[in-house]
Design a protein around this ligand. Sequence first.
Ligand code: SF4
Ligand code: SF4
Length: 403
Amino acid sequence: MNKDQGAFPSGPPSEKLVDFQAVRGLSPFPVALDCRYYIGDRPCRFQRDCPGCPHYSPQGTRILILKTGALGDVLRTTILLGGIKRQFPESHITWITATSAMPLVPRSLVDRVWPVSPETLGRLHVESFDLVLSLDKEPEVAALAMLAKAPEKRGMGVNDRGAVYPLNPEMAYYFRLGLDNHLKFHVNRRTYPDLLAEAVRIPYDPARDDYHLDIAEKDREEARRIFLAQGLEPGQPVVGINSGAGGVFVNKDWTFFGYLDLIRELDREKIPVVLLGGDRESQRVSELHRRLKSPYVKDVGTQHSLGLFSALAENCRVIVTGDTLGMHVGLAVRSRVIAIFGSTQPHEIEMFDRGEKVVTPIECAPCYRRSCDIHPSCMELIRHETVMDAVRRQLALSHSSRT
Ligand code: SF4
Ligand code: SF4
């Protein structure tokens, strides 16, 4: 985003300049307190005086977004940013999120990213906003929306008895989806971005709105270095296998042996495979690597930052994943994604024509259960041959989209 609006090429209008020096009889030093780049305790990034500054960019509509988790949900919520900028072309966005999710909020579109912290609470007591978009259903986060000073609030609120409720009429359907399993599991066919955008009255168009994820150049360079060290050339058709899927819901991740058989098949066809994952998957990744012992199967490590994980994913033509953060990252970095669904709802995921869903045929899905003793389970019923066919299709499509 070019935040310089260009409407003030000769600098801030005089009524926007405040001179704190004048009262002490010091030489004039006017500052533009409403400029988005103003910091106050040090010079702004342009290292110059405010009068006549061509970079002056008034904050305009001050918007506060509250979305703290889970990581994948934070990333997919970035889909709203394009619509927010269309609705409020001159706006200043502050996003409060969990500390762990901060790297997923794009600084190119969001002016300030604040963690949930006592310092943030202090600032909420002082600052005011024009609009609050409260996108978490947890009472702790909805309470922040109630504390924030703003004439308009959309999304989720919480009352004085601690009960969460929709703040605006458009939120009603999205709110009900959280309470009505029949509606969520068997009736609703709309995607999360579509539902959320409607709920907070932000325009959404799947043909133009997409994920926004900033990847630092240093992470891109490190990912390239890791790939080259593994003998992988940039642009080579590599398949990323993201075998974990968080620890909350049972059967969100495909089976170990499903992945093992799929990778054996890829290995037979000499298709390079990169094993992706985070801390939680380190054992699974090492075990897959140990059992396969193939020059085509690469363990690139699991102790990476979110930025480096995203840069590694960006180097994969196709990513096979469960319904988890890796799926959202894969879509955000514009890789082709094969998303495998067991106990969770596939219809809410917008794939943006960059992949396909492999969905369990079992009748009890989706269920969002935390434990299950059904065998064969929803995930055990997904055959590796089915996923392999999807990989072949997506590799072919990735090839044609790059030539
Ligand atoms: S960008 Fe220009 S107007 Fe804004 S704070 Fe910096 S010097 Fe002042
Ligand atoms: S109840 Fe059915 S869908 Fe849910 S986890 Fe068990 S097998 Fe999977």
